[in-house]
Every structure is written in structure tokens, then in C-alpha cells.
Design a protein. Structure first.
Length: 510
């Protein structure tokens, strides 16, 4: 039977590898910003006179805007075109970063952070969906997503290094200003080299009720977990946020099942393989974000590392992630089914986390922390790469933006849950340890300081045990739910309801 234009293999965009450079640069900027400000926060708080009660909002304002608006940003990218959304997101992020760097007070800083989150919510899904529609060959897609996965996984740790350098040797304001050259270079490069496939836009009218319900539901969920960290799980506002989030998100699902042009077509979410990716990836990020938090405090407070030395201490994890993503995941992705990379990858990461449950006040960095980070990085890098690719594989091009947004949403919500949940577990274990050693702590002097340090480490190791279990659950979910075969075989592949098995994109429009 003759092949029609609709079934011909998509023409490869000759500038796709150049485009990948600018897409990766933009992704690095967004991921960096999630951690780079953390190290600068104490200095910024002092300069701007931000109260202890409000300092968390410098982080929370970004997380709420980013997490709450991701689905909306993904659909806007589908509607406007991914290239347009990508460039607008970059320009807006640069302007918001300039505003943050020039902040003269608390209100200006918090407003800038919220704007960064809003433009990040437009930029992140546009970046991932551009990869999804530009790289359709299985081997090339594996390489492209290997690079993207390494950046997505290791960028947070790079942010700790860069944040330490900028804060220690320049000024906290440069943790914002550093985004501007990144954004300008990525925007100019993207405008010149990205050629988005024709026919990939979703021209359907915007689902306003879906936007309203999803944004409020996700904001309530992220804020609930953020507030639980400081006010406790039984706090009235915390509980109210969780109840409101459940009601809003349930209403959102109901609305999406009824409207003609949903913000998030349920076929994107409920397809077995993509659902497995979103769930397993979200759980894995819970464990990762908790680890960043605990290791940062352990190295700086217990071991006395400087911010820069702490940042460099995370290098083995970055090296492991890059190796796992580009040398293991990318090379094996076209040879084995994704579940056989994701499942063992999360298990390897759990093994690295298991080593860290042995943390003590006097633990050796080379003997314990370094090998644990290498295992963790290798495992997460190996698992992240096929997860990023599979989350958008087989989806209709018109839904690529919102499918990409779901990947970012699972990571953002997972990060908020991880920080709050594991920090609460650690705090409870620390309090219990101090109560058991109250007499020694009351004695004062070096013995009391040692008890305080031991209590902190006891809290960290207790929470890390939970992270081990969470990673094991991620592995089980990946092995159970994800049943697609390797790309290019006749085995089942990820596809939405009624969609073609492979991503069919019409010829590139120049």
C-alpha cells in the first residue's frame, strides 16, 4: 500500500542539534534557579530586612507560581507554538531575574520570585516538548534526552556550587543577574535556529475552568506541603490546604472528562506508561530533594564546610548523573525496554541512599559520602533519561506541551513533598534523640555540642531511611506499570487513546 504524506517518516530538522544546545541552556537555567537562591538566602535576608517568618516565601513564591501554572504553561505552548512560548518564557525569566537582583525590599523580591516561577512554568514545558517534536529518530532521541536528563538531574547540584561561588566571592544579587546572559543567549539562539514542525499546534479554545481549577489545586497542594514543614501537619491552615487541593483537583478531573477541549486530556495522564513515568519520577524526586537538603546541612553545620566547599562536595553526584544519563541510559535506551533502565536505576539510587543511612558525626567523606553519591547519581541518571523520553513519546504533537508540563509538575510537587515530609521526619527524630539525652545536653560544654550534632545526624539518617523506601517504591512502580518495548521494535509503545505508536509529525516548515 502506498505511503501517504501523513504516514511518511518525519523529515529531520537539520538544525535540531544546534537547537538542543539552546534548549539545554534554558533548562539548565531553570533547574539552577531552584537551588542557587538557597545558598544566597541568608545574605539577601539581611540586606533586604526580610523577617525570619517571611524568608521562606523567597523559595515558596517561586515554587507556588511554577508548580501552579505548569499545566497552563504547557497548554499555552501547544496553542501559541513551542518556539514562541520558549522565547517569551526566556525573556520574561530574564526580566524577572533582573528585578530580583535589583530588589530594594521584601515585596520587590517576592514579586520577582513569583514572576520567575510564572515564566519558568511557560519555559520548562516548551523546552521539553520542543525536544519531543524535533527528535523522532529513536537513536537520536536517546542521545538528546540523555543530555536533557543529565541537566534536569544534575542542575540542582550545579546550582549549589554556583550559588556558593557567587555569594562568597561577589554578592547574593549575582545569583539573579547570572540568569540574564543565559536567557539572552538561549532566546537569540532559539529564535535563529529552532524550526518547529508544522501542524503541531493545538488550535482548540482554552479550557478556562480547567486552568482555574488546576492552578488553584496545585498551588494549594504545594503550599500545604510547604506550610507543613514550618507549621506542622496538624496545623489548621495546612489541613485546609490539603482538603481544598483534593476538592479542586477532583473537580478538575471531572471537568476534564466532560469538556470538548480539555486543558489536560485524560488520555495523556491515564495512558499506562506515561502514568507510570509521572508517578515513579515524582516519588524519586521526593527522595532527591530531601537528600539535597540534609547533605547541605550535614556538610555545612556538622562538618563545617564553607558554601563553596559544600557545592563541590556534590560533584560526584553530578558526575554520576551525567555518566548514567549519557553513557548508560542513552546507549541502552534503544536496546532494552525503558522499565529495565528505570527499575534498576531507581534501585541503584536506593542502594546509594542506603549507604547514607550510616551517617555519623565523624563519617568520612571519601569512604561513605562520595561512593553513596556516585551510586545515587548513576542510578538517577540511568532512570531519568528514559523517563523524560517516555513521558512525551507517542503523544499527539498537539498535546506535547501539556504532556511535558506533567513531567515538570510531578517533579515540582515531588520536590515540595520531599522537602516538607522528610524534613518533618528528621525534625521529629532529632527531638526524640534530644529528649532521650536531655541530661547530657543540659551539662553544657563540648559534650552538649556533640549531643546536638548527633541529634541532627540521627534525624537525617531516619529521614534517609524513608527516602530508601520511596526509591524502592519508584523502582517497583516503573517495573510494574511501564510495559512498553524498546523503541523501534514491534512491542507495545506508549501512545494515547487512538494515537499512532510512533510520534508522527508532518514535514518541517522552514
Amino acid at each position: 500500500m502506498p505511503r501517504t504524506a501523513a504516514t511518511l517518516p518525519p523529515a529531520a530538522d537539520p538544525s535540531r542539534w544546534k537547537a538542543l544546545v539552546f534548549i539545554a541552556l534554558a533548562q539548565l537555567m531553570v533547574v539552577l534557579d531552584a537551588t542557587i537562591v538557597n545558598i544566597a538566602l541568608p545574605s539577601a535576608q539581611t540586606d533586604l530586612g526580610i523577617s525570619d517568618g517571611n524568608r521562606q516565601w523567597v523559595i515558596t513564591a517561586y515554587a507556588l507560581a511554577f508548580g501552579g501554572l505548569l499545566l497552563f504553561g504547557g497548554r499555552i505552548a501547544d496553542k501559541w507554538g513551542r518556539k514562541n512560548a520558549f522565547v517569551v518564557g526566556l525573556i520574561g525569566f530574564a526580566l524577572a531575574s533582573a528585578l530580583g537582583g535589583a530588589a530594594t525590599g521584601e515585596a520587590m523580591m517576592l514579586g520577582a520570585r513569583a514572576l520567575q516561577g510564572a515564566f519558568g512554568a511557560l519555559l520548562a514545558p516548551a523546552a521539553l516538548s520542543l525536544l519531543a517534536v524535533m527528535f523522532t529518530d529513536a537513536k537520536e532521541r536517546a542521545k538528546a534526552f540523555g543530555i536533557y536528563g543529565a541537566i534536569a538531574g544534575g542542575g540542582g547540584a550545579v546550582g549549589l556550587i554556583l550559588g556558593g561561588f557567587l555569594t562568597e566571592y561577589l554578592n547574593w544579587r549575582w545569583t539573579f543577574f547570572v540568569n540574564i546572559p543565559f536567557a539572552i543567549a538561549a532566546a537569540v539562539g532559539a529564535w535563529l535556529v529552532i524550526r518547529e514542525p508544522a501542524g503541531g499546534r493545538n488550535r482548540a479554545p482554552l479550557d478556562i475552568p480547567g486552568v482555574f481549577l488546576s492552578t488553584l489545586g496545585l498551588v494549594a497542594l504545594v503550599y500545604g506541603f510547604t506550610r507543613a514543614e514550618s507549621a506542622g501537619w496538624s496545623d489548621g491552615v495546612t489541613v485546609a490546604m490539603f482538603v481544598a487541593s483534593a476538592a479542586l483537583l477532583a473537580s478538575f478531573v471531572f471537568v476534564e472528562s466532560k469538556v470538548k477541549s480539555p486543558l489536560l486530556p485524560l488520555r495523556v495522564l491515564l495512558e499506562r506508561n506515561r502514568g507510570g513515568v509521572y508517578l515513579s519520577l515524582g516519588l524519586a524526586v521526593i527522595a532527591m530533594f530531601g537528600l539535597f537538603l540534609f547533605l547541605t546541612y550535614y556538610l555545612q553545620v556538622v562538618k563545617g564546610f564553607s558554601p563553596v566547599k559544600t557545592g563541590f562536595a556534590f560533584l560526584p553526584m553530578i558526575a554520576g548523573m551525567i555518566t548514567g544519563s549519557t553513557q548508560i541510559g542513552a546507549r541502552l535506551m534503544t536496546r532494552v525496554p525503558p522499565r529495565l533502565l528505570m527499575g534498576p536505576g531507581f534501585l541503584l539510587a536506593a542502594t546509594g541512599m542506603l549507604l547514607l543511612t550510616q551517617l555519623e558525626v565523624g563519617s568520612s567523606y571519601p569512604a561513605l559520602i562520595l561512593p553513596a553519591q556516585l551510586l545515587l547519581g548513576l542510578g538517577m541518571g540511568t532512570a531519568f533519561m528514559p523517563a523524560m523520553s517516555l513521558a512525551t513519546h507517542g503523544v499527539d504533537p498537539a498535546d506535547a506541551g501539556v504532556a511535558s508540563a506533567m513531567v515538570n509538575t510531578s517533579q515540582q510537587v515531588g520536590g515540595a513533598i520531599g522537602t516538607a515530609l522528610l524534613n518533618t521526619i528528621a525534625a521529629s527524630a532529632t527531638t526524640a534523640y534530644l529528649a532521650d539525652h536531655a541530661a547530657e545536653a543540659a551539662a553544657g560544654g563540648p559534650a552538649a555540642r556533640l549531643i546536638q550534632a548527633q541529634a541532627m545526624v540521627e534525624g537525617y539518617s531516619s529521614a534517609i531511611w524513608w527516602a530508601v523506601g520511596i526509591l524502592a517504591a519508584s523502582s517497583a512502580i516503573a517495573l510494574t506499570l511501564i510495559n512498553t518495548g524498546r523503541p523501534g521494535t514491534g512491542a507495545p509503545v506508549a501512545a494515547g487513546s487512538g494515537e499512532a505508536a510512533e510520534l508522527k509529525v508532518p514535514v518541517i516548515a522552514h
